[in-house]
Design a protein around this ligand. Structure first.
Ligand SMILES: NC(=O)c1ccc[n+]([C@@H]2O[C@H](COP(=O)([O-])OP(=O)(O)OC[C@H]3O[C@@H](n4cnc5c(N)ncnc54)[C@H](O)[C@@H]3O)[C@@H](O)[C@H]2O)c1
Length: 258
């Protein structure tokens, strides 16, 4: 059933009302899930306030800072979940980062530090968060991450993030193989291009969106809520037979050759 009542779902990656994670959080809430939300804190507490105001109507029972580059914050997030919830059913990993200078120009010029940062935040963090969630997924669970076509095709300017997403999709398969015996499913949604804070750092993102609107079978790109709907499906019992997969939610763009 698509009913998520009684399920504890942690959503990472909400920055503002354009975030894909915001679309997912709204649809999880609609399906009845009890939400926990993490945010990336900054020195002035601006992000905390912004995200808190945005998610207030969804009544999250947990609201925690979790910078995935900060071990203490990750440990504290999952310690709080263990303490307040006791168990977790759904983990939404919906975050990524690369330095802006590494999202245009020649891929061969990516700096060592830029490469490490992109893969640490965007790729390693999935395994790290999944590993922390695993012992708390006591009656099975569902882990979902967000990918993009640049993992399997060379997309102009996507560069190091394409490498990060290739690693992310491989991580989905390894995590699914590891956690399947515990009835924990791990999947990715590969979303079509959407205007968000993160995507605005990719050189030529508007051209990419216009290209998809011309070429995709549905002659448009997708919305955050459409990604949210697919996320709810994958995390609910309706997706109980699906693990290790990358589901394209991209108005069909991925199938096109010319
Ligand atoms: N927008 C698109 O076109 C598109 C398409 C396919 C996949 N995606 C993926 O969707 C996911 C969400 O991105 P979005 O487009 O909604 O943009 P977004 O900017 O709204 O979300 C990115 C999130 O990553 C978080 N983040 C960055 N560094 C972090 C860190 N160190 N610790 C914790 N959180 C951190 C940010 O705070 C932000 O909430 C990303 O994985 C992105 O690659 C986006």
């Amino acid at each position: 059933m698509l009913d998520l009542a009684g399920k504890n779902a942690l959503v990472t990656g909400i920055a503002n009302n354009r975030s894909i994670a915001w679309g997912i959080a709204q649809q999880l809430h609609k399906a009845g899930a009890n939400l926990g939300v993490t945010y990336l804190s900054d020195d002035k507490g601006k992000m905390e306030k912004k995200v808190a105001d945005l998610v207030a109507p969804l009544n999250p029972s947990l609201f925690l800072p979790c910078n995935v580059q900060n071990e203490a914050e990750i440990n504290s997030t999952f310690a709080t979940i263990a303490d307040k919830w006791g168990s977790i059913d759904i983990l939404i990993h919906c975050l990524a980062f690369a330095n802006k200078e590494d999202l245009s120009g020649d891929f061969s010029q990516t700096s060592r530090f830029g490469f490490q940062t992109a893969l640490e935040v965007s790729t390693y963090s999935l395994a790290r968060l999944a590993g922390a969630a695993k012992p708390l997924m006591k009656s099975g669970g569902s882990i979902l991450t967000l990918s993009y076509l640049g993992s399997v095709r060379a997309i102009p300017n996507y560069n190091v993030m394409g490498v990060a997403k290739a690693g992310l999709e491989a991580s989905v398969r390894y995590l699914a193989a590891e956690m399947g015996p515990e009835n924990i499913r791990v999947n990715a949604i590969s979303a079509g291009p959407i205007r968000t804070l993160a995507s605005s750092a990719v050189g030529g993102i508007l051209d990419m969106i216009h290209h998809v609107e011309k070429i995709a079978p549905l002659r448009r790109t997708v919305t955050q809520l459409e990604v949210g709907n697919a996320a709810v499906f994958l995390c609910s019992d309706l997706g109980s037979g699906i693990t290790g997969q990358v589901l394209y939610v991209d108005a069909g763009y991925e199938i096109m050759g010319m």
